[in-house]
Design a protein around this ligand. Sequence first.
Ligand code: ADP
Ligand code: MG
Length: 599
Amino acid sequence: MSRIQLLPDILASQVAAGEVVERPASVVKELVENSLDAGARRIETIIRRGGISLVRVVDDGCGMDRDDALLCLERHATSKIRSASDLAAIDTLGFRGEALPSIASVSRFRLTTREAEAVAGTEILVSGGRIETVRDGGEAPGTQVEVRSLFYNLPARRKFLRSENTESRNIEHQLYLQATGHPRVAFAFVRDDRVSFQVPATDSLRERIRDLHGSELVARLLEVQPPGSQSAVDISGLIGQAGLSRQTRAQQIVFVNGRAIESPVLNAALREGYHTALMKGQFPVTFLFLALDPAAVDVNVHPAKREVRFRDPGAVREAVVEAVRRTLEGGRRDWQQQFRARAEPAMPDSGAADHLPEIAPAPGGLEITRRAWAVDHTPSVPIAATPAVPASEDHPVRQEIDAAPRDRQFQIIGVLNKLYVLMENAGGLVLVDQHAAHERILFEELRRRMEEKGVPSQRLLLPQTFDLPPRDAEWVERNIATLQKMGIGIEPFGPNTFKIDSLPTFLTAPDSLRFMHDVIDELRSASNSSSALRLGEDMIAKTVCRHAVKANDPLRYPEVEKLIRDLLECELPYCCPHGRPTMIQISHAELEKKFGRKA
Ligand code: ADP
Ligand code: MG
């Protein structure tokens, strides 16, 4: 007897299921994608016990007639592609014709479906891949797929499932993805008989995200600035402003032609776009939508269609980096305007103005401020931004503030713990970490100088020579021009040997060799991007810290004021070059909530 045999159909489906159906969330993904492809306006997903005992997806899509309903359970039966040329330009979520037979082969499966005009619908029951019943059914137009006892016939697979809770959360995440990607479709999710979320159809992504994640998150999202018309990639969506980040990639969501995908290319592009606006080890919050010519992206590279291959990954990457960068810059301009808005007129009009005198610093508060300064620094320094004349009946504080020059529409209240500058602006209370602020200012200043004529450097008393292993030497040689622009006077001095005769002035008491080794170690691994500018930025970010004001360095009032003014001039004022926030705004609403003035 021949050793090679064709697998029976059911077994082949179970093998395919090994790839397509990893866990209950994959079932949900495939079923919801089918509903979306069927043009559903509303999709309801019901699960029990982490989807292991039940997954039911109900849609109001186009439905199927009896023949199609039977055919869709065959392997490689699909209505979505017809020829190889279709495969090269897929515009549906599904295309393999594998999901339904795979799922049906590893569960107790029930399909009911009806086309809108049909007199009767069809109901099909399948057990472990074997069709058991086919009959007329009387459901509403659309399709309902019920998957019970997943992997009941494959105990080995069942053992790999995680706790019901974990599986439920995976399903919920999957539904969040689909709901984010398709705001025009209403979604509902019922978990163990309780409505977990329910979102109405909307035309606006912003509204959909508000419905899913709440308005607090939405307030911190920026509308993505579309790239120029010559870009091959259309980019839209919402991304978190600088300083908003998460410890996982759960909210770093990218859609390519309507499909949520994971992509190292895009991960790298996002990180690069955020660059110093992101803390090390943190991930941005993005709801990014890329639209490409379907022929420019191959979606047929992953069994669960979670990954794609770009024809021109470099161009996609560039477009994303640019879009993120420009969006963050735009966010900064708006933010600055808002930050400096005049305290009174910019107040929300909903009765909040009545509270204003109580929230605004009372003259007594200013007195305390001034005394604090006087204690720390004798002789005491006049406070420029606070009223020069003590408040009285005919000199109310508020008038003085209104008369202040345009860039002083925030008011410094004092310094907490010799570290946090307290300020008032139109939005409420602002806390600035003076150390982080100084780092950001210094970082941008050095970067500017590096771009212009190079960072100023200081000659060493004695030039130093040092040897490097060949790999490091090669790296230094390749980047020598950048290193020189960064204020390091370095030149080759024989094979694998270098000479340094100057170092950047901002380094305090440097051990030049240690410094060079640090630079090489940190930068060689950090920057696989060969951009000289990026390398310089990394270096500045990593060395700036040592020079910045340390916490507890007492600053005089004019210094604090200058610090704040310089910070507001920065390109990315709200976080330090390592992505930590430089300032925190506590809104009037938050204060009112905390004090129980408002529910
Ligand atoms: P694919 O989605 O790759 O085509 P599936 O096995 O997921 O393969 O589905 C097979 C076919 O069944 C689809 O091409 C579609 O024609 C039909 N189908 C599946 N689910 C639905 C649904 N919810 N509404 C209407 N038709 C559906
Ligand atoms: Mg499908």
